[in-house]
Design a binder for this molecule. Structure first.
Ligand code: F6R
Length: 258
């Protein structure tokens, strides 16, 4: 596990964008796992900038999104389909057929989830997975007590997550209660994982994920068992880390920081 602490969310996003770009330079047809929510917005803005100004090429890239709300049509402004098209896909040169996002409106969720898992494997597996983290320590929508071996499936959102996400909806009753989400086991198969977090409301979850026990109560803690995980967090999200000095020291001594 590597931990990079940046002064601001903007710098966190720039470091993350450099990791994505490095992956694409090394493997132009990489498979990238994507997250939604407010955390990766700066990263997506920076990737769009790199595409427009520096020619970062997405023409051979395939993407798989982590999750989608059940019951929201693709055109719903709070659906993750809409989010991804507005904030990333419509600004870069990724072919439409290379974009995979879980369906929130299929009439057979079980078959869809199996197909989604199969497509990831058929596309060669995820080279780089981008994650945010919930204030309850979730990754994707793997809420506390989700199996650390779980696969893509429907999850009931925790009350905390519904409250956290109510800011995107007119009223809290509009937040869907169910989501279709990759499992922790699905995420753990990615070759490399980067988890981004900014803001003081993530500090406890970040500390628990990095320095607490591996537990299904904080599903992000499963990443302690992943061989290639990078946490990129801002000052505030790093606020509860006990080993902070050590992480800074490692970065200071690292010859090839991203
Ligand atoms: C979204 C996702 C979630 C979010 C998390 C943090 O695709 O998988 O796990 O990353 O809920 O959300 P924000 O970034 O809005 O704080």
């Amino acid at each position: 596990m590597e931990i990079i602490i940046q002064p601001t969310a903007e710098e966190m996003s720039r470091v993350a964008a450099r990791v994505v770009a490095k992956t694409l330079y090394a493997k132009p047809n990489a498979v990238i796992g994507l997250a939604t929510g407010s955390t990766p917005l700066g990263l997506y803005r920076e990737l769009v900038r790199m595409h427009k100004e520096e020619g970062l090429d997405f023409s051979q890239v395939t993407t798989f999104n982590l999750d989608e709300y059940v019951g929201l049509r693709q055109k719903h402004p709070q659906s993750y389909h809409y989010f991804m098209h507005e904030n990333l896909f419509k600004h870069i040169n990724i072919p439409q057929q290379n974009i995979y996002i879980p369906s929130g409106t299929t009439d057979n969720y079980e078959a869809f989830c199996q197909w989604y898992e199969r497509r990831i494997v058929e596309c060669g597996g995820i080279d780089l997975q981008i994650l945010g983290i919930g204030s309850d320590g979730h990754i994707a929508f793997n809420e506390p007590t989700s199996s650390l071996g779980s696969r893509t499936r429907i999850k009931t959102l925790a009350r905390q997550t519904i409250q956290d996400n109510a800011r995107f909806f007119d009223k809290i009753e509009d937040v869907p209660v169910y989501a279709i989400t990759m499992g922790v086991g699905t995420i753990m198969e990615a070759r490399k994982v980067i988890l981004l977090a900014n803001g003081g409301n993530k500090a406890a979850a970040v500390a628990a994920a990095i320095e607490g026990p591996v537990t299904s109560m904080i599903t992000a803690s499963a990443l302690q068992l992943h061989p290639n995980t990078l946490f990129i967090v801002d000052q505030e999200a790093a606020g509860d880390l006990k080993m902070r000095d050590y992480y800074d020291w490692i970065q200071e001594k690292m010859p090839d920081a991203p």
